[in-house]
Design a protein around this ligand. Sequence first.
Ligand code: ATP
Ligand code: MG
Length: 777
Amino acid sequence: GARQDNPLLVGLNPEQAAAVSFAGGNTLILAGAGSGKTRVLTTRIAWLLQTGQASPGGILAVTFTNKAAREMVTRLSAMVPVSVRGMWIGTFHGLCNRMLRAHAQTVGLPKQFQILDMQDQLSAVKRILKAHNIDSEMLPPKKLQSFINSCKEEGMRPGDVPMRDAETRQRVELYQIYEQQCQKEGVVDFGELMLRSYELLRDNAAVRQHYQGRFQHVLVDEFQDTNRLQYQWLKLIAGGASVVAVGDDDQSIYAFRGARVGNMADFVREFGVQNPIKLEQNYRSYSHILDSANALIAHNSQRLGKTLRTDQGAGEALRIHESVNDLAEARWIVDEVRQLMQADGFAHNEIAVLYRSNAQSRSLESALIAAKLPYRIYGGLRFFERAEIKHALAYLRLLENPSDDTSFLRVVNFPTRGIGARSIEALQDLAGANQQSLYAAVAGMEGRAGDKLRGFVTLIEQLRQASMGQTLRDVIGLTLEHSGLLEHFRAEKDGLDRVENLEELVNAAENFVTQEGYAVDVTSLPMDEHGQPISQSLASQGVDMDVPWNGAAVQQLPSHAPAPQYAALDANQSLFVDVDTGETLTPLAAFLTHAALEAGDNQAQAGQEAIQLMTVHASKGLEFDAVFIAGLEEGLFPHYNSMTDQDGVEEERRLMYVAITRARKRLYLSLAQERMLNGQTQYNVQSRFLDELPEESVRWLTPKRQAGAQGAGGSFGAAGAGRWSGSSAGGQRQGGYERSSYGSSGGAEDVSYRESGRYSGFGSKQISYGAGSVPPQ
Ligand code: ATP
Ligand code: MG
C-alpha cells in the first residue's frame, strides 16, 4: 500500500517502519545499540510532517547533545521540504532555555539572563564559601556544588530538602544563599534552567495549556539517561501529545548525574504504553564486535533484556594489545592509527580513541603531536571552556549584564590593572552591605582602589558605547582589543595558541550569525499579550518565517509587521523573544547563550580531518569505522570509584558496552602494565571486562597475561622491555574487594592481580597496587 511505497520507509526493516509510521498514542522503543533508534526517531518526524499529521510547530524532540540536535535538523532538512525552523529540537537544557527566554518576565528573570556553566558555578560556590568563612576542608566547593545540583535534579528548592542533620542544614542554607546570589546577578545554572522551566509549566496554567496545545508530538532520544526532573517536565509539557521515547537500558551511563533507568518502566505505566517496540537488528557493527558487546553486557544482572543480531558478517576479531606503560600505549595506538589510514584507507575522522578518564588524553595527545597527526579532543577543555575564551566572554557578558558578578571578578583585574585582592574584598563588602552588584558598588569606593576600579568600569562603559550598532563580529573584535586581552597574550611567551583561540572566537561569532544564525521564526513565538499565538498575527502580516537573517534581511521585513519582527536563534534554533515584554535578545546575548550551552555539552562539534579523542561518556550515540579503547585496567576501567558496589560495576560495564558498540569495522582494546596518572605510578591488573569477551572474537597481539609471564612483544620497544623483570613474588593483593564476588571470569582470578615483585627499578616512585589505591580526583 501507500505506506510501503513511501520513500521514507524504503530500506527500513518492518519493525522500524512500524515504529516510524505508527498511528499515535505513546510508545517506547527499547532497543540495543546501533539498531536504528535515532534514525527511526528522525524519520518519524519527517513522516509526521510529510503525511500532514503534524506541522513543524507541533513537534518537540529532545536529543542528548546539541550536536545530536544539529544532526537531526540536518537529516530532516534532507528528508522533507519543510521548514525545520519552527520545530523545537534540542537538549533538555536548550529547550528549557528557549522557554525561559520566552517567559523571562513571568519567571522573574532578566531577559538577558546569562547561563553559568559548571566552572562558573564552581567559582560562584567558592565565593560563597569564602564569604561565610567556611573552610574548604570542612566543605569542599565541589561537594556543595554537587549537593546543589542534585537538589535541583530532584526538583527540590532549599525549603524542600529534608533536614536530616546539622550538616544538611548548613548545606541547605548555602544552597539558599547561592540561589539568592544567582537571582541578584541574573544568572542561571544548568539545573536551574530545567527546574525553573518545570516550575513554570507546573504553576502557570496558561503557559502549560499553551505548550500542551501546541505540541502534538513529543519524541525523546536516549531516554534511559533522563533524570527525575526531566521526566516530570516531559509529563507536563506532553499533556495529551503522542510521546515516543527511545532508549537502551544497557546504555544508561549517567546515574552519577541523577539519571534513572526506572523512568522507562514509569513511562510504560504512566503513559499507558501498550506494546513497547523492539528493534533487534544491528546495522552498525560486524558480528565479532556485536558478539563481544552482547557477551560483555550479559554479565550484568539488572537488565530489561534484549537481543541484537547483525547481518554484516563476522569482520575481524577484536585486537587486544598490552604495552609496558602509558607512553608505549600511546605510541602503539598512534602507530596503528597511521596504519589504518595509510594501509587500510580509513579516514581521519572515522577513527576514534576512547578512554574512561579525561586525564588519559595527555599521553595520547603528545604521541599524536609527535606523529604530526591532526586530532580533536572532546570532553576535555572545549573551546568555550578555555581560560582565554572565558575571559573574553566575561567582558562580553558584562556588556550585556553588568550585574554578573562572576564575570566581573574574572576580569576586573585581568589583564592586571593593579587591583589587588584587598580592594576586591572591600568592594564585595560594600556591595553586600548595599545589596548591589559589584559593578554598581564601584561608584561608592574611595581612594586609589576606587579610582582603579572606576577605571575598569569606564573601560566597560566605553566598550558598550563603541559597540552600539556594530555587528557581533565587530563587537567581539573591539572587546578583544580594548580589554587588553589580545595584547596581554601577544606579550606572553607561550601565548600564541591563546591569541589564535581568541581570533577563533570572532570566527565562532561569524558562524553563529551565518549558520546557526538569526532567522525570522514566527512559528516559535509562543503567545502575544492576548494569549493568541503570535505566529498567527505575524504570519497574517506576511512575515516570511524562513528569511535567513543578517543586517540586510531584517531591513526587508514588511514595515507593518509588529515589533518584534525577528529574533535571535541559538544552536537549538531558539527564538529569543520575551512574550511578556515583546523584547528580543541582542545578537550578543544570543551568542553568549550559545557559548554557555555549548560549553555544557557533553560532546563537541564533529571534527573534520582529525582523529577523534573523547571520553566514553562523550561518545554516546556516535559511530566510527575504527575505535580504540585505551586503558583497560582495573581501577581505570572499571573506575576505582565504582568498584565498591555492584551497581557501580554494572554502570561501568554499560559504559564499556557503549564504548564497544561505537565501532563499525575495527575495534582495538589496549592496556598498559604501568601508568602515570594524577602524579602517581600505578600498576593495575587487566580489566575484568577483557575476560568477559568471547574468546573466539578476540585476538591478543601481545601474549595474553599469565602469572609471571614475560609480557614483551615486538612493539614494546627496547626501553620498556629491558625494564621488565618477569619475576613473581607472593600475591600481595590490595584494593579492598574480592574480585570473585563479581563472578563470571572463572579461573582468571590469580592471573589478574599484579604482584609486588614483578617490577624492578622503580624503587623511588610511589607505587600503588590494584584498584583501591588510586588517589581520588
Ligand atoms: P545508539 O544506541 O548507539 O544510539 P541507535 O540505535 O540510535 O544507536 P542509529 O545511530 O540510529 O542507531 O543507527 C546505527 C547505524 O545504522 C546508522 O549508521 C544508521 O544509519 C544505520 N541504520 C539504521 N537502520 C538502518 C537500516 N534499516 N538500513 C541500513 N542502515 C541502517
Ligand atoms: Mg542513537
